[in-house]
Design a protein around this ligand. Structure first.
Ligand SMILES: C[S@@+](CC[C@H](N)C(=O)[O-])C[C@H]1O[C@@H](n2cnc3c(N)ncnc32)[C@H](O)[C@@H]1O
Length: 302
């Protein structure tokens, strides 16, 4: 039976979820709340955040990239997925410590990144993975455990192979904004849902323009140069979330951008100091991170 749609084409279920998001977004969430959220200054000091720094080998929690990795671990732990026997796939892993941090907890990881000949600037700036060995972190995960649990495969996020499926965990950090256009990033997120089992958890982080959204989407660099990035506005992310919900997946969002905390008022300007770096300037915009958590639906969308 066809579901009834409102004026903008949303089903009642999707419209109701959007209304809850608007209500939730009146205030900045706590870091440990199980919702998709914007990186915020108040997240950094509490123990719920600080406890992830050592497993990730980090000492500067006031950085948006570190926030993204902590967000991913938090989202997985909240759903009891940081455990032996869980299976994960990570896209565009670069040299991120999440691969080792997950393996250290017994999670079997298929780490992926684009093929070396395609990597351009990501390869020359040391942000690209080519093999399992480039992801080893003996300080974070015992080498033998790492060898048993981690494998590597080159995968282009713009055309995912059909044989990916059944993973408990699907993740990417700071990647889908680099695929060549805002829509290509969203197409990847939708396609990545196929890699999860029903009930599996998909966590992606990306870069967010903190502005009001009246400006066009900021895009910088080029795919050929290996340094393309787009900076999503909250209205763009709402559109992605509508797509995910319409496809039958579960997402809870808080889009509130904190502006009062000292770490939110201190905007890192070029040349970046990287501490603090929770808010940074890119051209005329202030930018931060957004963490998106999706639970794959098992039912046919209504
Ligand atoms: C900013 S780096 C992030 C690396 C890592 N995830 C992290 O958090 O440090 C972007 C990553 O996206 C990867 N990437 C860019 N375009 C890609 C594509 N089409 N397919 C797969 N990976 C891609 C790059 O190779 C690089 O590893």
């Amino acid at each position: 039976m066809l579901a009834r749609r409102n004026r903008v084409g949303m089903t009642a279920r999707v419209a109701a979820s959007a209304a809850v998001d608007r209500w939730r977004s009146r205030r900045v969430p706590e870091f440990a709340e199980p919702v998709s959220m914007v990186a915020a200054g108040r997240h950094v000091a509490p123990a719920e955040y600080q406890r992830w720094l050592a497993p990730l080998g980090q000492n500067n929690g006031r950085h948006r990239k570190v926030w993204e990795w902590c967000f991913i671990l938090q989202a997985l732990e909240a759903r009891n997925l940081l455990r032996s026997g869980a299976r994960a796939i990570g896209f565009g892993v670069g040299t991120e410590p999440l691969v080792a941090a997950l393996a250290a907890r017994g999670v079997a990881v298929l780490a992926t990144d684009q093929a070396p000949e395609q990597a351009g600037g990501w390869g020359t700036t040391g942000q690209h993975a080519t093999a399992v060995d480039s992801l080893r972190r003996p300080d974070l995960c015992d080498d033998r455990l790492f060898s048993d649990l981690v494998s590597f495969r080159p995968i282009d996020m713009r055309s995912l192979p059909d044989d990916l499926g059944g993973f408990d965990i699907v993740w990417s950090s700071c990647c889908f904004e680099h695929l060549g256009s805002p829509e290509l990033g969203f197409d990847f997120v939708m396609a990545s849902m196929n890699a999860a089992r029903p009930g599996g958890v998909v966590v992606h982080t990306t870069e967010l323009d903190c502005g009001s959204g009246w400006n066009r989407v900021l895009e910088t660099g080029s795919v050929a140069g290996g340094d393309y990035a787009c900076f999503y506005r909250r209205s763009d992310l709402r559109r992605l979330v509508r797509r995910l919900r319409a496809a039958g997946h579960t997402v809870h969002c808080n889009y509130k951008v904190g502006r009062r905390h000292p770490l939110e008022r201190q905007v890192d300007e070029k040349p970046y100091t990287h501490d603090p770096h929770l808010r940074l300037r890119v051209e005329d915009r202030v930018v931060t991170s957004f963490g998106l958590t999706v639970v794959k639906g098992s039912a046919t969308p209504t």
